[in-house]
Design a protein around this ligand. Structure first.
Ligand SMILES: [Zn+2]
Length: 144
C-alpha cells in the first residue's frame, strides 16, 4: 500500500475571504474593498482639484486628507488580497501532499504579536493543528 494521497480541498476558512461572487470573474472581498477605496480616492482627488480651482482651500485640505485615508485603505486591501491568495495556494499545496515552505511571515497574528502568538492558519511550525497533534502524541506516548 503506497502513501496516502490527500485530495481534500484547501481549508474552507482559508477560502472564505475569497468568496467568489461571479464564477466567470472571481473577485475577492478584499479586492472589492480595494476597488471601492480606489474609486473613492479618485473621486476625492477630483473634488480636491475642483475645490482648489475655485479657491476653496479648506475643503480641498479635507478632500486631500480623505484621499490619503482611502489610498492607504486601498493599499491595505491589496496586501490582504495578496496574502489570502498566498495562504490559499499554500493550503492547496499542503492538501495535495506537498510540503511547501512557510510563508513569510508565517501568519499575520505572528507579525502583529512579534512572534508571541500564532494564528490557527499558521503556515509555520506553530499552527494549532500541529500543537494539538504534538500534545496528543505526547499524551499517547506517556499514557502507553
Ligand atoms: Zn505563525
Amino acid at each position: 500500500m503506497g502513501p496516502a494521497v490527500t485530495t481534500a480541498a484547501p481549508d474552507a476558512a482559508c477560502l472564505a475571504p475569497l468568496a467568489l461572487t461571479h464564477p466567470e470573474k472571481p473577485v475577492s472581498t478584499y479586492r472589492r474593498y480595494q476597488h471601492a477605496a480606489t474609486a473613492g480616492a479618485v473621486l476625492l482627488t477630483a473634488a480636491a482639484v475642483g475645490a482648489v480651482l475655485h479657491h476653496q482651500y479648506v475643503p480641498a485640505c479635507g478632500f486631500a486628507f480623505g484621499v490619503l485615508v482611502l489610498a492607504e485603505a486601498a493599499l491595505r486591501e491589496h496586501r490582504r488580497h495578496r496574502r489570502a491568495q498566498l495562504e490559499c495556494e499554500w493550503a492547496r499545496r499542503r492538501a495535495l501532499g506537498e510540503r511547501p515552505a512557510p510563508l513569510d511571515p508565517c501568519c499575520l497574528l505572528a507579525r502583529a504579536s512579534h512572534g508571541q502568538a500564532h494564528d490557527r492558519q499558521c503556515t509555520g511550525e506553530h499552527s494549532l493543528g500541529r500543537f494539538i497533534a504534538q500534545v496528543e502524541a505526547e499524551h499517547r506516548d506517556g499514557g502507553a
